[in-house]
Design a protein around this ligand. Structure first.
Ligand code: FAQ
Length: 325
């Protein structure tokens, strides 16, 4: 539907302008906010950047859950810094989306009403401290795999936001792996917790890259516009190739009996995630969808007095400035 709508909108646009735009993309130029762009390009970016921003914000919830229960002061300080970084990433991305003519309030309303999506991964619960390791190692690991190529995406503000985000995400990934190392080399109970976290987060992490290329609606057009630099399956394969040896190094077992290095292809063979589960999570039926949206709605409602106070203050200052003119 959406892909069709983008195509039908393109058919109403000036073919010469469309061609000139595509030539610029093909030549590797960056598109900047004031440049002409097809309506479909603008909408696709708002959808993707907005979804990405929402993921960073909602992604604070599963980790925020553990700040008060981190095992040491040092771990607490590190986790707190990481969660604050995620808030910062959300803000860079909302700013990038705003350059496309959508307001942050509108994006927030669309998240809170369930109209806009955020990453499926954040609808899974974080049950033990080892999950903080698994989230950093696997979830940030998957996020980086997706985001490093996005530093070269065609839209300037998105590409520049991504440069800074990627630097911080690699610290996040390392801190997650460090937790997993401690747990995997700890007591039997800690080792079991690490294995259990890997068991629960492996397939949801593979789902972060989106549906298989056969099912992906937007990949073809988004790749032509360099809004996406790789297909979902390409990135998923790269993630498995990078992560399987790391699991081996930790002495943990990836919960996939078919995971095996294929000498011929030079890549790991692996089992597909359960795509029915993925689409159910997208429909709002994951383990924590209701809880996550309720938490964001509560935060928005609780913050109303701050927004109203700030707006009243701004209005008062503006009126005083007008009166002084
Ligand atoms: N979850 O046609 P495609 C992070 C939807 S950041 C939910 O393949 P597309 C940092 C998709 O929107 C993680 N929905 O779509 C962190 C579309 O539905 P729509 C977020 C998904 O856009 C770490 C439909 O399925 N990163 O984790 C998902 O070409 C730790 C069809 O799919 C980004 O957003 C999914 N996993 O490709 C924070 C990166 N996958 O919109 C805290 C930027 C697909 O038509 C703690 N985004 N859908 O209703 C992208 O690269 C792309 O948007 C994809 C999906 C690859 C996610």
């Amino acid at each position: 539907m959406y892909a069709q709508m983008i195509k039908s909108e393109a058919s109403q646009e000036d073919p010469e302008a469309l061609k000139a735009f595509q030539d610029r993309i093909d030549a590797g130029s960056k598109i900047e906010p004031k440049d002409w762009m097809p309506e479909g390009y603008r909408k696709t970016l708002i959808r993707q950047i907005g979804q990405h921003a929402h993921s960073e914000i909602v992604g604070q919830l599963p980790e925020g859950n553990w700040i008060s229960r981190a095992p040491t002061l040092e771990r607490k300080a590190i986790l707190l810094a990481k969660v604050q970084d995620e808030a910062g990433h959300g803000l860079y991305l909302y700013c990038a989306a705003e350059t496309l003519g959508v307001s942050r309030d509108q994006l927030t309303r669309d998240l809170l009403s369930g109209k806009m999506k955020y990453s499926s991964i954040f609808n899974y619960p974080t049950l033990t401290w080892a999950d903080m390791g698994a989230v950093g190692w696997l979830v940030d690991g998957a996020a980086i795999m997706n985001q490093v190529p996005l530093q070269r995406t065609s839209y300037g503000p998105y590409a520049r936001a991504m440069v800074r985000i990627c630097k911080e995400e690699s610290f996040h990934q390392r801190q997650g792996f460090d937790i997993m190392m401690k747990m995997a080399n700890g007591t039997d109970a800690q080792r079991r917790m690490a294995q259990d976290a890997l068991n629960r987060f492996w397939y949801p992490s593979l789902m972060m890259f989106g549906p298989s290329d056969k099912e992906s609606v937007h990949s073809e057009q988004s790749m032509a516009w360099k809004i996406k630099m790789n297909t979902n399956d390409e990135l998923r394969q790269k993630f498995v190739d990078q992560t399987a040896p790391q699991a081996e190094y930790l002495g943990l077992t990836v919960p996939d009996e078919h995971l095996k290095f294929n000498e011929e292809s030079g890549h790991y063979d692996f089992s597909e995630p359960d795509w029915d589960e993925f689409f159910q999570v997208l429909k709002g039926n994951g383990p924590c969808n209701t809880e996550r949206l309720a938490a964001r709605n509560k935060a928005w409602d609780d913050g109303r007095w701050v927004r109203e106070g700030l707006l009243a203050h701004a209005k008062k200052k503006r009126n005083a400035a007008i009166a002084a003119e």
